[in-house]
Design a protein. Structure first.
Length: 279
């Protein structure tokens, strides 16, 4: 099938791969972006995997928690220009929507759009802003997190935010903030190795195997050696992408698990939600 320049540009932005590699991957995948990304990764050409992050252009990402810190929500209001995204009114509207969602107990984007904010429905409020500002504006993402204690973190600029859940109340607020900043900065795939879905593990192993097979250094090596190399790559994935296995950003001599244990031997991260606008 014919692949357009726009399609190639989009895949290049998503993966960081070269124009030719992106075009070939899209042709091989018949235009399917997920399959094309997988093809590029298998060839070792992916520069930056977005993983659980969801793409957008410009906008505002807000994370908030309830007064008892047992529930948090993230709302993403997207627009076309950074100028609009940084405006006080745009940020305030995103905050108001998040507050209303937390107060109502909404758990879906559909439910959020039906809430009332400033006397009208959220959906109507978004349409009103479209008419006034003249840009395409939409709430593109909403998610919640429940835990014994939830910590919210918004990176300066409102382009990246996360929620982190813990199994108990935290004595020192800085501990929760440190872990939330870890999640924001290092974009883990899961909290623990055991919490990674089986299909994700299988996919990573498949990619690692294909990378090992395609590496000229491994030419002629038997299948059992290729399998060992692939398993080594998978273990590297677990080290780099599993939260508790990651090097702690404030002290790379510690793992996140070590930092938590030193702070409180019973404290554990139960889950997290992270969203970043594409740059």
């Amino acid at each position: 099938m014919a692949i357009s320049t726009a399609e190639v540009a989009k895949l290049r932005k998503m993966t960081g791969a070269g124009i030719t590699d992106c075009k070939k991957a899209l042709e091989e995948a018949n235009g399917d972006y997920e399959q094309a990304i997988s093809i590029i990764r298998k060839k070792g050409q992916l520069i930056a995997a977005k993983r659980a992050d969801r793409e957008a252009t410009e906008g505002c990402v807000i994370a908030k928690i309830t007064s008892d810190a047992t529930k948090g929500a993230i709302t993403v209001l997207c627009c076309e220009t950074d100028f609009v995204a940084k405006s006080a009114d745009f940020i305030k509207f995103t905050e108001d929507v998040t507050d209303a969602a937390l107060q109502s107990g909404a758990t879906s984007l559909e439910a959020v759009n039906s809430l009332t904010v400033n006397g009208i429905s959220v959906a109507d409020g978004v349409n009103e802003k479209k008419a006034v500002i003249g840009e395409k504006i939409d709430i593109t993402f909403f998610d919640t997190l429940n835990a014994a204690e939830v910590v919210a973190y918004i990176h300066p600029g409102n382009k990246l935010a996360c929620l982190v859940g813990f199994n108990k109340k935290i004595a020192d607020p800085q501990i929760g903030r440190d872990i939330a900043m870890q999640v924001a900065a290092m974009a883990p795939a899961a909290v623990t190795k055991e919490s990674v879905p089986a299909e994700v593990v299988a996919k990573e192993l498949e990619i690692a195997t294909d990378q090992a097979k395609n590496d000229p250094k491994n030419a002629g090596k038997p299948d059992n050696m290729i399998e060992m190399i692939a398993k080594g790559k998978l273990e590297k994935f677990f080290k780099e992408m599993i939260l508790i296995n990651q090097e702690f950003i404030k002290d790379n001599k510690l793992k996140v698990a070590d930092y938590l244990k030193a702070a409180d031997k019973d404290l554990e991260v139960t889950n997290f939600v992270r969203f970043t606008l594409s740059v």
